[in-house]
Design a binder for this molecule. Sequence first.
Ligand code: GDP
Ligand code: GDP
Length: 459
Amino acid sequence: MTFSVAIIGRPNVGKSTLFNRLAGRKLALVDDTPGVTRDRRPGEARLVDLKFGIIDTAGLEESGPDTLEGRMRAQTEAAIDEADLSLFLIDAKMGLTPADETLATILRKRGKPVVLVANKAEARGSEASLLDAFRLGLGEPCPISAEHGEGMLDLRDAIVAAIGEELALPIEDEEAETDVAVSDEGEDAGDDYDESKPLRVAIVGRPNAGKSTLINRFLGEERLLTGPEAGITRDSISVEWEWRGRRIKMFDTAGLRRKARVQEKIEKLSVADALRAIRFAEVVVIVLDADVPYEKQDLQIADLVIREGRAPVIVFNKWDRIEDRQQVLADLREKTERLLPQVRGIRAVPVSGLTGTGLDKMMQGVVDTHRVWNRRIPTAKLNRWLESMQVQHPPPAVSGRRIRLKYMTQIKARPPGFVISCSRPEALPASYTRYLTNGLREDFDLPGVPVRVSYRKGD
Ligand code: GDP
Ligand code: GDP
C-alpha cells in the first residue's frame, strides 16, 4: 500500500512547480533515465526511494467558492481530507502572509500529518522566513527549492518522519528491525540520529578515478565475509549490506551506467550520474586518482557535493602506485585543506580499489562524517558560546555603531545550519562569519562537513 500526499499553500508559493517535480516526467530524482518513467500515471509521484500518490489540487481550486479565501479554504479542506499527508508550502523568499496563517490554522485543526515546507529557500534572505515559520505551530520548516530541486532529500526524510516508516516504506517493512538502536553518544549527539535506517552513500569521481573498481572490490570483500551474495540486496538504484552492524545503502553508479549506456552519450552521462548519485546520498565519497589529484574536474565535483550540503569523504585511490607514501599523503592532506576550506577537517583516506587497502578506514570515515553531519547543538549552549565569542573578539563598529549579535539557534542539521539575529547583518564583514564558522567547527566538533551560518535582522 502506498500513501497519498496533498500540496497545500496560497497561490504562487510554488505548488505546481513542486507537483511537476514530484510527479512530472523529466523531474523525478532517481528515475529520469529514459524508459523508466514512461509508464508513470499522472498523480503518481516519486521522491528518492519513496513512491506515493499525489493529489492534483489544481482541479479542486476551480470548483470552490469565488473569493480567494473561500477557494483556498475549499481546496485545502478537500485535499487534506483526501490525503494521508499534507505538504504545506510557504514562500521563504517572500515571507509569511496572513493567508499562510489562515491555512496553518486549518491544517492544525484537522490534526493530520503535515510537513511544513519552506520553498524558494535558495533565494537570498530566505533564512529569516525559516525562523519565522516556527510560529505557525507546525514544527520545523523543511527548506527546499522546488525550482532547482534542492532539499529533496530532507523533504524525503521529513515525509518519512511525519507519516511513519511503515506507511512510507512498505517494501522494507518485512526486514525492519524490532529493536531500534538507541544512540547514547552523549548529550550533544544528534537527537534525531537513527542508526536503524540505512546510511545512504554514493561514490563519485571523474572518469577513470577508479569508482567501479572500488565498488566491486567492496562488494567482493563483503561477499567473502558473508558468503556468495548473502546479506547483499540489490535494486535498480542501490545495493545494501551491513558494515560492522551498520546498514549501508550504496548508490549503484555502475548499474545505472550499464542501463543507460545503450541510450545516452557517455560524457553527458557522467555529470548526470554524479548529480543523481549526490542527490541520493547522505555521505558522498569523492574518489581522486592519487597519481593525478585535484584536477579541475575533481574540484568541480567536490564543489557540487558541498553545495548540495552532503557529507563528503575524500579517498586518494590507486595508492598501490604511490612510492613515497608518507610524504605524498602529507602533501595531499595539506592541499585538501587549502583547496576545500569550506569543509575544514574533511576525512581524506588513502585507498586502493585494486588491492583493497584502506576500505575499512574509508567506511569509518563515512560513518563518522555522517554522525557529525547529523549533529544538533542545544540552543542554550549556542547562546553561551556566541556571547563568549563576542567577548573574545567583538564584532566591528560600523559608522560609529557596534554591530550586535543577539541570539543564535541551530535551524537544521544535515548539514548543520545556524541562524543568528543581528542588528545589522548587511554591515557584518565576511571575516566575522568565517571567525564564527571556524569557531563552531572547533568548539562543537564539526569537522569536515559544510557548516552554514546566516543572519536575520533583529535587535
Ligand atoms: P503555485 O501558484 O503555488 O502553483 O505556484 P507556481 O508553482 O506556479 O510558482 C509560482 C512562481 O514561483 C513561479 O514563477 C515559479 O517559477 C516560482 N517558483 C516556484 N518554485 C520556486 C523556487 O524554488 N524558487 C524560486 N525562486 N521561485 C520558485
Ligand atoms: P571509473 O571510471 O572511475 O569507474 O574507473 P575504473 O574503476 O573503471 O578504473 C579506471 C582504471 O584505473 C582501470 O584501468 C583500473 O584498473 C584502474 N584502477 C582502478 N583502481 C585502481 C587502483 O586502486 N590501483 C591501480 N593501480 N589501478 C586502479
